[in-house]
Design a protein around this ligand. Structure first.
Ligand code: BDR
Ligand code: CA
Length: 312
């Protein structure tokens, strides 16, 4: 069955690979649009990078929207130290020719959810949650119409990557995350606990190169760039690959295991801002609001990506 989705994103190499995974899976995924948000790099670059990625996949017909250019109540924090100056460093690609849609990304999310039959649209979020939370604030009626939000963000056992206590996407806009986690919408969370088990090891990167396609070479180039930072940081033999886990979960939930638990977002403490406090051990009676994924079949995940990206 085809799932209708909106990808909300801040590309980033790993976001871009997630978009390619969606575009390589037309039988399962009907991509209604891509809404961009400020995150890894400012909004003008995330909107550029989303379009570069669509054109790389020869899909200039995909609708790409600009959403919010800063978090709901804070200054933007970016991650050029991980993703490079453009956010998509690692392979030189042409500037995009396809247009950016005129409508604001938040309005596209609202209009789409109000137009499509209730419970038929899934939001796949790969960046700070500003666009989704702003849409919920502007049109609270959409909450009950969302099939599911599948998001990359947070951590419990792995704790944090941008600070010792927080994962980047939640840290950048914790108020937006808190809005979503208290919304009652069905949530599936792909945290660092999962993505840190999905390492882009040299043989897995080589598999993209060995596809012998342009897209495969670009993906290998991106991963090579992304890796140099994380391998140094973690001392592992490959960098964690985060955002494609969201699409992989949509396509192959059997590759993942997790627990339905309570997750709360820290918004006030300067020390632990953006921490995702997950009641993994069930030690409170707080309502379970999220499927928190803890494990992944990493070989299956990489096999799925190479298979789908080979089609592009
Ligand atoms: C998340 O932060 C970004 O740098 C990545 O694109 C991913 O969405 C990982 O913490
Ligand atoms: Ca991202």
């Amino acid at each position: 069955m085809t799932r209708k989705i909106i990808i909300d994103t801040d590309p980033g190499q790993d976001d871009a690979i997630a978009i390619l995974l969606a575009l390589g899976s037309p039988e399962e995924v009907d991509l209604l649009g891509i809404t961009c948000v400020a995150g890894n790099v400012p909004l003008d670059l995330t909107t550029r990078n989303a379009r570069v990625t669509c054109e790389l996949a020869n899909r200039p017909d995909i609708k790409v929207f600009a959403g919010c250019d800063r978090p709901m109540g804070r200054d933007l924090v970016t991650a050029e130290h991980v993703h490079g100056r453009t956010g998509l460093d690692g392979y030189d690609l042409p500037e995009p020719k396809m247009p950016l849609q005129e409508q604001h990304g938040v309005d596209f999310i609202i209009e789409t959810l109000q137009r499509e039959p209730s419970g038929t649209v899934t939001l796949c979020t790969l960046g700070p949650l500003t666009n989704i939370a702003t849409a919920l604030q502007k049109a609270p009626d959409i909450a009950g119409r969302i099939q599911e939000v599948i998001l990359m963000g947070g951590a419990y056992f792995e704790v944090g990557n941008i600070t010792p206590a927080a994962e980047f996407n939640i840290f950048v806009d914790p108020e937006a995350a808190a809005t979503l986690f208290t919304s009652g919408i069905p949530l599936t969370v792909l945290p660092l606990d999962t993505t840190h088990k999905a390492l882009a090891t040299p043989p897995r990167v080589a598999a993209f190169q060995q596809l012998g396609t342009h897209v495969g070479a670009v993906v290998a180039g991106w991963l090579g760039f992304f890796e140099r930072f994380d391998m140094e940081k973690y001392g592992s033999d490959g960098a964690p690959l985060h955002d494609p886990t969201v699409l992989a979960y949509l396509l192959r939930p059997d590759l993942f295991t997790g627990r339905h638990v309570n997750v709360e977002i820290e918004t006030t403490s300067p020390l632990t801002r953006g921490m995702t406090v997950a009641d993994w051990w069930g030690v409170t009676d707080r309502d379970r609001n999220a499927m928190f994924i803890g494990d992944i079949d990493a070989d299956g995940f990489y096999a799925l990506q190479t298979e789908r990206i080979a089609r592009l």
